[in-house]
Design a protein around this ligand. Structure first.
Ligand SMILES: [Zn+2]
Length: 564
């Protein structure tokens, strides 16, 4: 009897929830909007209404003068506001983004002293945390001219381990307590593909660990529990939806992350669509098994590919270059996979129908990725959509190869604006010709898919869109744009953040265009992105976010979630 009444109560609660989300249970007409989308040819199509079925698919895109459906349809008045397709982030790290929301964010610190003050205050505010974790530091932005040290960090926090990721995720800064817990001593050797910074003139670790050396300290951090993953995933989704992102490619999904995605899907909490690229072969085999998973939970989740790291990043001089770093003679960075390893991994994934996404930043890494794709494409024919992630520095002579084998250049426009001065220092003026070369790669025939690389950059597609058309940062620097010949058109950038980002994840026809038969994923924004100046475009505010015809974010309902 008791069990029945509990069941009943659950049922009534479920029923109440249903009625709150009534729009998803009946046809919906979103009318009186200023809709903007791209047609099949990439041209702007303006529309005034969306008719959505009870499964959240678009029945009809209505233009001015089209007859509106009558009868049982639930009608909602857009009050003339601007509506565009939900934005797609083609390269982000969902769990890192979520966990970053729970950690100390140093990305807006202006000096080492500023950072140390903030670290000390954060530790004092969280006395219960056995480890202090954070991210976002950038010694370049501090004007330090060198890496910070453990000794400096010890001044801020000496009683507990502290571990702080560099902004690009390719170096980590530890205090003495963290190094002690990790068992790091002067005799600890640099691993292949990594570097331990040493105190000048000694073997004593100085506190910063680069690329493959990072796990040496990170392994000492207690593993987050499944519940921590669920909390972090919730935070990540909130932030993505508040930024107008309705779908994301998760670049490097590990098993606990996948399990968190599945739990969210099972429980009906997955609102952002996730195209998962497994973090290496072991993760791929555990997550997906012998073939890509089907689309799960109504096109919300799919594991369809593998993410491979061929090199590191420019900031930490881990990117693999064809010639020495201009500001570090004798160093060309490091390949993280040898040619046989790379081809073997690509082959293992391709043979089972998985898509391959290769992280390549330096020109040597991009050349090697292109060569490997060319070889593998002979065996693994058909529609493979080989992805090169970042493609930041490409030797001009290699650019045409991006037009072959249906390659997708998965790039992050805000990296260009953030990295400009650093890239000039690392490469020198003569080797920048193929740097962040969006237009040249597109002209060569590559499909551009744009993203943020969050949490490396904020998951803000409007900042990315503005950078893509201006080659200027949020302050309008540099005047006229950096290498302005590599700007892309407003429409091309729009496509790269929507339809082409969907295509890059084999999701075309499901979402990305606001076309008939697709999922009704759209956002309401406060200005017309086709008319706004780049500066204005970059400051676009997302008012509402809808996924499958359901409103999942409103700026008025959750004022705190939008503030980043
Ligand atoms: Zn990334």
């Amino acid at each position: 009897m008791k069990a029945v009444s509990i069941l009943c109560r659950h049922f009534l609660a479920a029923l109440a929830l249903w009625s709150l989300t009534a729009p998803a249970q009946a046809d919906v007409l979103v009318d009186n909007i200023e809709g903007i989308r791209l047609d099949d040819e990439g041209k702007v199509d303006r529309f005034t209404g969306l008719w959505i079925d009870d499964g959240g698919h678009i029945l009809q895109v209505l233009h001015r003068g089209d007859k509106r459906p009558q009868g049982t349809t639930y009608r909602t008045d857009g009050r003339g506001r601007i509506v565009i397709p939900g934005m797609i982030d083609a390269h982000a790290h969902v769990m890192d983004l979520g966990f970053a929301q729970l950690e100390l964010d140093l990305s807006d610190t202006t000096s080492l002293a500023d950072a140390l003050t903030r670290i000390g205050a954060f530790a004092a505010a969280h006395p219960d945390r056995p480890w202090i974790l954070g991210r976002g530091w950038n010694q370049e932005k501090w004007g330090l001219g060198r890496f910070p040290t453990a000794a400096e960090l010890d001044q801020a926090v000496g009683d507990r381990p502290v571990l702080l990721d560099r902004v690009d995720g390719h170096a980590i800064w530890a205090n003495s307590a963290a190094m002690e817990q990790a068992g790091i001593t002067p005799s600890t050797k640099d691993p292949v593909g990594g570097r331990i910074e040493r105190v000048a003139g000694s073997r004593k670790p100085a506190g910063v660990f680069v690329d493959a050396a990072m796990p040496l300290v990170r392994q000492a951090v207690p593993q987050p529990r499944p519940l921590d993953y669920d909390i972090a995933l919730g935070e990540a989704q909130k932030l993505l939806l508040a930024n107008g992102i309705t779908a994301v490619a998760d670049m490097g999904t590990d098993v606990p992350a996948w399990q968190a995605f599945r739990r969210a899907g099972d429980e009906g909490h997955l609102n952002v669509r996730i195209m998962a690229y497994a973090a290496g072969l072991d993760a791929l085999e555990t997550i997906a098994g012998p073939r890509p998973t089907p689309w799960l939970y109504g096109d919300k989740l799919r594991a369809g590919g593998i993410k491979l790291y061929l090199d590191g990043a420019l900031g930490s001089r881990g990117a693999w270059l064809t010639a020495d770093y201009a500001d570090d003679p004798g160093n060309r960075g490091l390949p993280l996979l040898n040619p046989a390893q790379l081809r073997n991994l690509m082959s293992r994934a391709s043979m089972d129908g998985f898509q391959v996404a290769i992280h390549a930043i330096g020109d040597a890494a991009n050349r090697e990725a292109l060569l490997a794709i060319e070889e593998l494409a002979q065996t693994y024919t058909g529609d493979r959509r080989w992805r090169i992630e970042h493609a930041q520095i490409v030797a001009p002579g290699d650019i045409p190869a991006f037009g072959r084998d249906g390659i997708i250049a998965s790039m992050q426009p805000t990296h260009q604006t953030s990295d400009r001065l650093m890239a000039e220092a690392r490469l020198g003026p003569d080797r920048l010709q193929g740097a962040y070369a969006w237009k040249s790669l597109a002209d060569a025939g590559a499909t551009l898919a744009f993203g943020s690389d969050a949490p490396v950059e904020a998951p803000d597609p409007f900042a990315g869109w503005a950078a893509a058309i201006s080659r200027q940062d949020a302050r309008g620097e540099p005047f006229g744009g950096w290498m302005p010949q590599e700007r892309v058109s407003r429409e091309a950038a729009f496509a790269a953040f929507t339809a082409d980002a969907a295509y890059a994840g084999f999701a075309e026809g499901r979402f990305g265009r606001l076309a008939r038969g697709e999922r009704a994923d759209f956002i309401v924004i406060d200005r017309d992105p086709m008319l706004a100046s780049p500066d204005q475009l970059g400051q676009t505010k997302v008012l509402e976010t809808w996924v499958s015809g359901e409103k999942v974010y409103s700026s008025t309902a959750q004022p705190s979630a939008g503030g980043r």
